[in-house]
Write a new protein. Structure first.
Length: 123
């Protein structure tokens, strides 16, 4: 498969979530994609269908998460996120891309924790 731009893949995912376009959101995920929430094992998802189901459930219950910044690091994107409905809570999400699909979404409380979880990546 041709090389893909991780940020382009993640932006398709983000636009689909904001629009409630669940088919496009699902198409951006690998079948075996996983999602690890921040300190909440109850919302850990082990496949793409669960992830889309969770995002669909959250849609409309709280305002959409704001992206403060995207940063491409190798085949991953580090997203600095903000949720104004939760006292302006901020966190970092690592979105790992391979072959044009998101394979893992993992939340971390700080940039440093996210970078540590990513390990050595080519910047």
């Amino acid at each position: 498969m041709a090389d893909t731009d991780p940020i382009a893949v993640v932006e398709v995912w983000d636009r689909a979530l904001r629009a409630g376009d669940w088919d496009t959101a699902r198409a951006a995920l690998a079948d075996e994609a996983t999602y690890v929430a921040l300190n909440d094992e109850d919302t850990t998802c082990t496949d793409a269908e669960q992830i889309v189901g969770l995002m669909r459930w959250w849609k409309g219950k709280v305002p959409d998460v704001e992206v403060v910044e995207w940063e491409t690091m190798g085949s991953s994107v580090l997203a600095h996120l903000r949720q104004p409905a939760w006292d302006d809570a901020t966190w970092f999400q690592v979105l790992s891309e391979e072959g044009g699909l998101i394979r893992r979404l993992e939340n971390h409380p700080t940039r440093e924790a996210a970078l540590a979880a990513m390990g050595d990546v080519e910047a």
